[in-house]
Design a binder for this molecule. Structure first.
Ligand SMILES: Cc1cc2nc3c(=O)[nH]c(=O)nc-3n(C[C@H](O)[C@H](O)[C@H](O)COP(=O)(O)OP(=O)(O)OC[C@H]3O[C@@H](n4cnc5c(N)ncnc54)[C@H](O)[C@@H]3O)c2cc1C
Length: 317
């Protein structure tokens, strides 16, 4: 029996073979993985198996996949580049629609860029710089996809996606294509309407301004240098673990509570930047959750400030 099939039959009754046959017709067998460990697809390098990991590479494929998932009543979540998620150890029952394999085109129309959901921010920012378009300098070191960046309203160094996104094309849970304009996106601090409406973000329109290419490149280099100096980029993580509490910085509070280097199993508060939980080797999601819990308690006891995770938790408990 082939390895793939063996896995298929050892899963606890989750796999619907008829669905698998149907989704393979849309995506081809190569872009449908069964019981795939999510630690292979997250920057934290943590996460149990998802029943179906699906890689659409066009809007039409997203539509067809979403409709098929609905027909089979299979729940799904979306993954961009997996840089802001903690996938739980038991994995995910249902499907993950993943944009790590293509669906990453970028094109220019006047002072707008149109980027497909899977395009990495660094590539979109690089494209903008090469075209002499300014506005995305802040995004150069954020290791996410443009879709994930809109979902999170990602930001850094005083800039955020809200400043540059002018519209988004998405696919609704019914499989309909929708265009939402900037004012309909509900963008706020690490917030967007997509956290409620369950749409799949497929294409992002950015409104940029003509700028001096050398200045843009120099600004990006400066931001990259500052990031390398401060952040534990050499270790697996999901970036800042907690949202910024009003009037404070999470990292400073954690540091002041004496928690730099604090460890639960393989999960550790980074020695370099206390705002990051890192996978110091073999961390499980349970380690990370226990660490988050302890940090929240101790920071609250010491400072009376509640910390809330910025990292999105995905999967079955
Ligand atoms: C070293 C490091 C540094 C970081 N620095 C920053 C920083 O400076 N600023 C910052 O804001 N963040 C930062 N992050 C966090 C992260 O990179 C951002 O939140 C990024 O925008 C997430 O994009 P992603 O594609 O990886 O999303 P994922 O992690 O794949 O997903 C995040 C959320 O978005 C949803 N999602 C993703 N794609 C789509 C889509 N196409 N349609 C609908 N929903 C979708 C997912 O379901 C999930 O809930 C950092 C992370 C790391 C590891």
């Amino acid at each position: 029996m082939a390895k793939q099939e063996e896995r298929l039959y050892t899963l606890p009754g989750n796999i619907n073979e008829e669905f698998v046959a149907g989704v393979r017709k849309i995506l081809t067998a190569k872009r449908v993985l069964i019981a795939e460990p999510m630690k292979n697809h997250t920057t934290f390098k943590i996460g149990g198996p998802v029943d179906y990991l699906l890689f659409p590479t066009s809007l039409a494929e997203v539509q067809a996949v979403v409709r098929l998932l609905k027909d089979y009543a299979i729940p799904y979540v979306i993954l961009g580049n997996g840089s802001n998620v903690l996938v739980l150890d038991k994995g995910v029952r249902g499907a993950i629609i993943n944009f790590q394999e293509g669906f990453a085109g970028i094109r220019r129309e006047g002072n707008h860029l149109l980027a497909e959901a899977g395009a990495l921010l660094k590539d979109v920012a690089g494209f903008a710089a090469a075209e002499g378009l300014s506005g995305l300098e802040f995004a150069v070191g954020i290791p996410g996809s443009i879709g994930g960046a809109v979902f999170m309203n990602a930001g850094a160094y005083g800039g955020e996606m809200k400043d540059v996104v002018s519209a988004v094309r998405s696919v609704s849970p019914d499989g309909e294509v929708t265009r939402l304009e900037a004012e309909e996106l509900g963008l706020g601090y690490r917030r967007s309407v997509f956290q409620e409406n369950e749409h799949v973000i497929c294409e992002v329109e950015l409104s940029l301004k003509p700028g001096n290419k050398e200045d843009i490149v120099a600004q990006m280099a400066d931001f990259t240098q500052r990031r390398e100096n401060k952040q534990p980029l050499e270790m697996p993580s999901a970036g800042s673990t907690f949202k910024r509490p009003k009037g404070y910085y999470a990292g400073t509070l954690i540091d002041q509570t004496g928690l730099k280097g604090f460890r639960v199993g393989g999960a550790q508060v980074s020695e370099k930047h206390a705002g990051f939980v890192v996978n110091a080797g073999g961390a499980t999601a349970a380690d990370v959750l226990a660490l988050i819990d302890e940090v929240q308690k101790r920071v609250y006891d010491a400072h009376g400030v509640k910390l809330y995770p910025e990292v999105r938790i995905i999967g079955s408990r």
